[in-house]
Write a protein that binds this ligand. Structure first.
Ligand code: PLP
Length: 368
């Protein structure tokens, strides 16, 4: 039976490049002629070590990661890092406090987790920069004694993305890049630590990349669980415990795909093109489509919008989703906490995919 073409606009786990899936399929039963699958391979074997080394070197190449940074491949997802970051970094300075810029669901969760982790002896200071507009950084009041400043570079639920790197006057900068990792070039040297779950732009669920400057290792609190201790994982080359081997392998394939398609600069050009096409339709719709996010910080990765009014007309939005589904376009429903529609346009979403959505949006508007 012929399969209907499906376009996945899901926020994550998200669409993977077709060629990566085909390669994984080809190698699934017998990796590199070995007669076993990557799923069956010892994480201490020379063959897995090659996969790990290749994945790390591709990442270093694609992001020009300086030599004084370690790259870790960990389990526990982005949420695991919400705990790992304060456990490892809040003790960097005597004041043991951190600044959290809260621009949406994910930075808010990270800030709450840091407060829980820090317990009574330590403090975190989180402040809302707002979910629809990032104010001019000159109006921010960052604490110079903070151990680190934390922000989420792209808020997946609210569609708010920083198009600049916050200036922290020497305070260590930490960023959650889970949903815009490798969607644009990044100057890693401006950060103390970057982390990203793979399941949006660089692979499948199960592995989280942590890029951490070497001088930040070795400051974990005494009660930091050993699997979350960056120094332990860095010293053991991410092999303190069994790593998510298959997810690392898939990430290696995706990174190869990114490299073969022009690297992070080419991804940025494509992501700009896809997202502006959708935002242009929203802007030209005379309020039929409403994006709640200020134009200065609209995400290229997750485009949230309402239909019919600012709050959204529930009936119209349902009809939109049903019509999209008939055209093979799935996972366009906004996050349950905000409702509406959300189109996620990660690296693997093609220009043609975005055009199909744009065409449908225009047709739907005309019909209503
Ligand atoms: N950070 C961001 C920006 C996310 O979008 C998500 C999940 O979607 C997370 C963190 C949490 O990741 P995980 O579900 O892997 O714990």
């Amino acid at each position: 039976m012929e399969q209907k073409q499906t376009i996945n606009f899901g926020a994550g786990p998200a669409k993977l490049p077709q060629s990566v899936l085909l390669q994984a399929q080809k190698e699934f039963l017998s990796y590199s002629g070995m007669g076993i699958s990557v799923l069956e391979m010892s994480h201490r074997s020379a063959d897995f070590n090659k996969i790990l080394t290749k994945t790390e070197s591709l990442l270093r190449e694609l992001l020009t990661i300086p030599d004084n940074y370690k790259v870790l491949f960990l389990q526990g997802g982005g949420s695991g890092q919400f705990s790992a970051v304060p456990l490892n970094l809040i003790g960097l300075k005597e004041d043991t406090c951190a600044d959290y810029l809260v621009t949406g669901t994910w930075s808010e969760k990270a800030a709450k987790e840091a407060e829980n982790t820090a317990k009574s002896t330590l403090s975190t200071r989180s402040w809302t920069v707002t979910r629809v507009k990032i104010p001019d950084p000159s109006s921010w009041t960052l604490n110079p004694s903070a151990s680190y400043v934390y922000y989420c570079c792209n808020e997946t639920v609210h569609g708010v993305e920083y198009n600049f790197t916050p200036e922290t006057n020497g305070v260590t900068l930490v960023s959650d890049m889970s949903s815009n990792f490798l969607s644009r070039p990044v100057d890693v040297s401006k950060f103390g630590l970057i982390f990203a779950g793979a399941q949006k732009n660089v692979g499948c669920a199960g592995v989280t990349v942590v890029i951490v400057r070497e001088d930040l290792l070795g400051h974990a609190l005494n009660d930091c669980p050993i699997v979350l201790d960056y120094k332990v994982q860095a010293d053991m080359n991410s092999l303190y415990n069994t790593p998510p081997c298959f997810s690392i392998y898939i990430m290696g394939l995706v990174l190869e795909w990114i490299k073969n398609n022009g690297g992070s600069a080419a991804m940025e050009a494509l992501n700009k093109q896809k997202s502006s096409m959708i935002y242009d339709i929203i802007n030209a719709s005379n309020g039929f489509y409403e994006c709640p996010v200020d134009e200065t910080c609209r995400s290229r990765m997750n485009v949230p919008f309402h239909i019919g009014s600012k709050e959204g007309d529930e009936g119209l939005e349902k009809e939109f989703l049903a019509g999209a589904s008939k055209r093979g376009m799935i996972s366009l429903k906004g996050h349950r906490s905000v409702g509406g529609i959300r189109a996620s346009l990660y690296n693997a979403v093609t220009l043609e995919d975005a055009e199909a959505l744009g065409t449908y949006m225009k047709v739907f508007m005309k019909e209503h």
